[in-house]
Design a protein around this ligand. Structure first.
Ligand code: NAP
Length: 486
């Protein structure tokens, strides 16, 4: 606390959704000696980086909002990426977050000398901190598949996570590789304007239908007049998610999951052509891969311009994509909607603990952490949306807020002089990871599909228990799972 015995300096790495809330929460708690380092020249994280056509958050806007900043101006039930980016910028402005941010500085090295963290950025800037909050995001490092000949493509090559708005699409032959959320949203957004659209599908996806009505002027006025009504709605939707979807995915036999599967099947049945419907039919259970949510995908893929290509890609050639049947799909634009390297977190930053222990070594096999938040041997370092946390079709804002509340309870111990350093014990971390791995086997993500949820052993990299259990664990840290050093 600010009236504690020890003034603390904080470094927050990253000014995305989680970095912004970290600053707001710290200030609310009375901490004001905060430096945020952001490698880009703007805040916003994933919403700054993902600007592909149709980018939309598939979590309802009321829920994908900070609890402390309800937004009466959301235009639709589900918001576009640019609207979320504006929202984040507005919150940062209203809470004066920007005065703490240094842009264009990527933290590449953090070393603890037994007393404090010493940080170094790419430009050579140095800083020290008592506490580091890693708010570096998950969907951050685009995954570029090792397709042979990619560099030979003579047209425009773009990745959805590095969209180039100067590349024209109108009247051109566009190919999209991938059938995840990014691809499906892009297909729906561009199919009308392009000359032709070829969707290269390696794995068919279940698609949950989505209804995305605009908020009426009356609804917005009511939210404006009574912000508490929006907060109550936030809490209601949050409970619905916690009791519904979040429970369903961790219990592969749950009735809610069966209902989700039914809705996906009915949606698929809207595809008129038998042969196309057959090729769009997944070979795995609904929600095994991250559920795709769309209001127009099946309509778009039945558009006369659109072609679903299910023959495997042999290689990329200068004129387009050569599939395994020898056909060249001539293209002007090739879009890689191939997702992210989701196991990077704050890497490639090197983090070195007081004993000379390195994050790169601790995570050489795969990233693990105590409750997704902290790592043995790296004291006073807390992650937001770190490894193996709740992922899926619900709000990572809510997840980060709960994690920040939890981390602040540990920070309070440092500030009130109970300890100087705090880190999880190796035993507690191992026990957590063992229980997590065991429970992960009972989730729908482990029912036989390939997805980015799975680690190198095929174990889902996610919180495998209910969201209520996550809330319970985040409510109060179990201090006997931590090592407190004077
Ligand atoms: P993704 O879900 O990882 O999908 C990547 C796609 O690329 C998959 O269809 C994959 O096929 C395909 N692919 C990868 N390498 C390939 C290759 N060599 N040949 C052919 N196909 C290949 O990526 P994403 O769509 O960008 O989504 C990533 C995550 O970001 C989502 O799951 C979600 O969490 C988040 N996201 C959220 C929203 C939202 O609305 N909230 C929107 C976009 C993204 P396979 O399936 O066969 O592996």
């Amino acid at each position: 606390m600010s009236d504690g015995t020890r003034p603390l300096r904080f470094v927050v790495v990253g000014a995305g959704m989680a970095g912004i809330l970290a600053v707001v929460y710290l200030r609310e708690r009375g901490f004001d000696d905060i430096a945020v380092y952001e490698k880009a020249d703007r805040l916003g994280g994933t919403w700054r980086e993902n600007t592909y056509p149709g980018v939309t958050c598939d979590v309802p806007s009321i829920l994908y909002s900070y609890s402390f900043a309800p937004n009466p101006e959301w235009s639709h039930r589900f918001s576009s990426g640019s609207e979320i980016q504006s929202y984040l910028e507005g919150v940062a402005r209203r809470h004066d977050v920007e005065r703490s941010i240094t842009y264009g500085e990527e933290v590449v090295h953090a070393e603890h000398d037994g007393d404090r963290w010493h940080l170094l950025t790419t430009s050579g800037l140095t800083d020290v901190a008592d506490v580091v909050i890693a708010a570096t995001g998950v969907f951050h490092h685009p995954f570029v598949p090792g397709l042979e000949g990619l560099e030979d493509f003579a047209g425009d090559l773009v990745h959805t996570a590095r969209w180039d708005a100067s590349v024209p699409l109108t009247g051109r032959r566009v190919g999209i590789i991938g059938t995840g959320s990014s691809a499906i949203q892009t297909v729906g957004a561009v199919v009308d304007e392009v000359a032709s659209l070829s969707l290269f599908q390696r794995t068919a996806q279940w698609v949950l239908p989505q209804d995305n009505p605009p908020y009426t002027d009356e609804e917005k006025a009511a939210f404006r007049a009574d912000p508490d009504s929006q907060r109550r709605l936030h809490d209601e939707i949050s409970e619905l998610f916690a009791d519904g979807f979040a429970n369903a995915v961790v219990d592969a036999e749950s009735p809610v999951l069966a209902r989700i599967a039914e809705l996906c099947q009915v949606n698929l049945d809207s595809v008129v052509d038998d042969e196309l419907r057959e090729r769009l039919t997944p070979d795995h259970r609904a929600a095994c891969k991250r559920l795709v949510v769309s209001e127009n995908f099946y309509e778009a893929i039945q558009h006369p311009n659109a072609r679903l290509v299910t023959t495997g890609i042999d290689r990329i050639v200068s004129g387009g994509v050569l599939t395994e049947n020898g056909e060249v799909h001539e293209l002007d634009v090739l879009v890689l909607a191939t997702g992210f390297q989701v196991d990077q977190f704050m890497r490639p930053m090197e983090i070195i603990g007081p004993a000379g222990n390195r994050l790169s070594e601790a995570w050489a096999e795969r990233p693990t952490a105590y409750l997704s938040i902290a790592i043995p041997g790296l004291p006073n370092l807390f992650m937001l949306n770190g490894p193996n946390g709740p992922v899926g079709n619900f709000s990572l804002i809510e997840v980060a807020e709960l994690q920040m509340e939890y981390a602040l309870q540990l920070v309070d111990r440092i500030a009130d002089g109970s300890c100087r350093l705090i880190e999880p014990t190796a035993d507690a971390t191992e026990a957590h990871e063992e229980a997590r791995t065991e429970a992960a086997g009972r989730t729908v993500w482990a029912t036989g599909c390939n997805s980015w949820y799975l680690d190198d052993r095929g174990v889902p990299m996610a919180w495998p228990w209910t969201f209520r259990e996550f809330r319970r664990r985040m409510a109060t840290p179990e201090l006997d799972h931590y090592l407190l050093t004077d």
